[in-house]
Design a protein around this ligand. Structure first.
Ligand code: FES
Length: 118
């Protein structure tokens, strides 16, 4: 089993999801086994304006620990992340970061491009 801890910059309570990575994909948005895939399947919302196709930045998350348990960033992901508000050295796109094992903690930023425009 793997564990995904989700914290919120807005102060909402932490969520802890336990799952079996070998069962991915869990639903249809984002890469199989991605943070987005895991969260949506458990009813934990994460914005995904482009449907998890690496074409927006609304699924921006900040990895607080466990980066080694996530897939490597692709150049495409890094190019998009450059446009994300509040970019940090450990920022990832939830639809592209695939979790294979272990424990990962992420922080959901307060703002995404969608929320800033709206
Ligand atoms: S949902 Fe659009 S880039 Fe992840």
């Amino acid at each position: 089993m793997a564990i995904l801890r989700i914290r919120y910059e807005t102060g909402e309570p932490e969520q802890v999801l336990e799952f079996d990575p070998s069962q991915a994909p869990f639903q249809h948005d984002g890469l199989p086994g991605s943070l987005l895939d895991i969260m949506l399947a458990r009813g934990v919302p994460l914005e995904h304006a482009c449907g998890g196709n690496c074409a927006c930045t609304t699924c921006h998350v900040i990895v607080k620990s466990g980066m080694a348990h996530l897939s490597e960033n692709t150049e495409e992901e890094d190019d998009l992340l450059d446009k994300a508000p509040g970019l940090t050295p450990t920022s990832r796109l939830g639809c592209q970061a695939v979790m294979s094992e272990g424990e990962v903690t992420i922080l959901i930023p307060r703002y995404t491009i969608n929320q800033q425009v709206g």
